[in-house]
Design a protein around this ligand. Structure first.
Ligand code: GH3
Ligand code: MG
Ligand code: MG
Length: 372
């Protein structure tokens, strides 16, 4: 009798212990499920990002929350600064992403390629000096980090750097499946948006000078005229042509001619506002669209451009220097053209600037003519 009572108590105790174990497993499973759902939502969010800015913004906004991290930075391998240049030219405000780090070469990310195998994630204690490339301004007291390679087709395109104040969060003995999965999705998304933005950029710009191409300017002109009508401000147009440019090619060679074209584009751009648009219309001709500028202020800008070309000689890579000038025609959109179709108005605006340019050439070159 006594013995039976003891074994019943044992059974009850065992039962309670099992119950506690089960509850804790259920809690853990629910917790894991919640984490997985958060990460799935994160994956969906970044896969849906259609621009570089949107993707980077989403990663920095969501990843620290979703993965409970105290620091997240992203290193990009950007040889020759192509990505940096294109994003800047497309209007991405890179200063808004201090945790986006550009590296000129893949080596400076510090991954181990020994045996020719793609590198693995490195989970380890935080070391401010050794990990400066990944956390230039740690800010918080990090204790452990994961430096995860971003790979596409066995090529290192960057690194995802995760930091935690918890020293046990990332240790060399932990499994890396999870961070590798996250890095592979981020790598695909990054490669995808970067190549899309590059294609967009190539389609909009002139390969020689980096300013907009004609196709872009034609489209922009329609947009700006439409907006100027709605918001009642002036749009002016400049047609710029280099004087005696054929002689530059004939005397110094076509390569020197190309260098001069690039320098002229840079000097024009330096005189413009961010809201203005500069395009190469082919050959040695440039068109500028000035937003919210009447004929007088557009003419003043044109005079500045003319002077910036004529006042300083152009120095060729071999040290020779040459004097150059441009002629500029300026025209402004008139109020009374409101009733006409935008396409016709746009064509007319450029044609008027072109006619003014012709007069500037006739008048002796190195001058500005404004058509009112
Ligand atoms: P004007 O003062 O009347 O404008 O004289 P110009 O010699 O500048 O005029 P023209 O239009 O006759 O010559 C333009 C030259 O620009 C002809 C061509 O050799 C040159 N050119 C056009 N595209 C390029 C280019 O991409 N690179 C170089 N190097 N030259 C170009
Ligand atoms: Mg010409
Ligand atoms: Mg010319």
């Amino acid at each position: 009798m006594h013995e039976r009572g003891a074994s019943v108590r044992e059974l009850i105790a065992e039962n309670e212990a099992l119950r506690r174990q089960l509850n804790s497993l259920i809690d853990q499973a629910e917790n894991n499920h919640a984490i997985m759902m958060r990460h799935q939502a994160f994956d969906l969010e970044i896969v849906g990002a259609s621009t570089f800015q949107e993707l980077i913004g989403t990663i920095f906004r969501l990843l620290p929350v979703v993965s409970d991290l105290d620091a997240v930075t992203l290193s990009l391998v950007d040889t020759g600064a192509d990505i940096h240049t294109v994003m800047t030219n497309l209007g991405v405000d890179l200063a808004a992403f201090p945790n986006l780090l550009f590296h000129d070469d893949a080596e400076s990310l510090g991954f181990d390629w020994s045996g020719g195998r793609p590198p693995r994630p490195r989970l380890m204690p935080f070391d401010a000096a050794a990990q400066r490339h990944a956390f230039p301004q740690p800010g918080t007291d990090l204790a452990s980090v994961a430096l995860v390679p971003l790979l596409r087709n066995k090529r290192l395109i960057g690194g995802l750097n995760l930091g935690s104040r918890d020293p046990a969060r990332f240790t060399p003995l932990l499994g890396t499946d999870f961070v590798e999965h996250m890095a592979s999705i981020i790598a695909i998304c990054l490669e995808n948006v970067i190549s899309n933005e590059m294609l967009k950029y190539i389609g909009l710009t002139d390969a020689l000078t980096g300013v907009y191409n004609r196709r872009y300017m034609d489209r922009r002109l329609l947009e700006e005229i439409g907006r100027a009508r709605r918001q009642a401000y002036r749009v002016s147009c400049m047609y710029i042509d280099i004087d005696w440019f054929k002689q530059v090619n004939d005397t110094y060679g076509h390569q020197a001619g190309d260098d001069v074209l690039r320098e002229v584009a840079a000097r024009i751009k330096a005189e413009l506002r961010m809201s203005d648009a500069l395009g190469r219309f082919g050959g040695e001709e440039f068109v500028v669209l000035l937003i919210d500028a009447d004929l007088d202020s557009a003419s003043m800008v044109a005079q500045r451009i003319r002077a910036s070309v004529a006042d300083r000689p152009f120095v060729l890579p071999d040290g020779q220097s040459l004097a150059l000038s441009v002629s500029i025609g300026v025209a402004t959109l008139d109020d009374f053209e409101r009733d006409h179709a935008i396409e016709g108005v746009a064509q007319q605006l450029v044609a008027q600037a072109d006619q003014a340019l012709y007069q500037a050439k006739e008048g002796g070159r190195n001058r500005v003519v404004a058509r009112s």
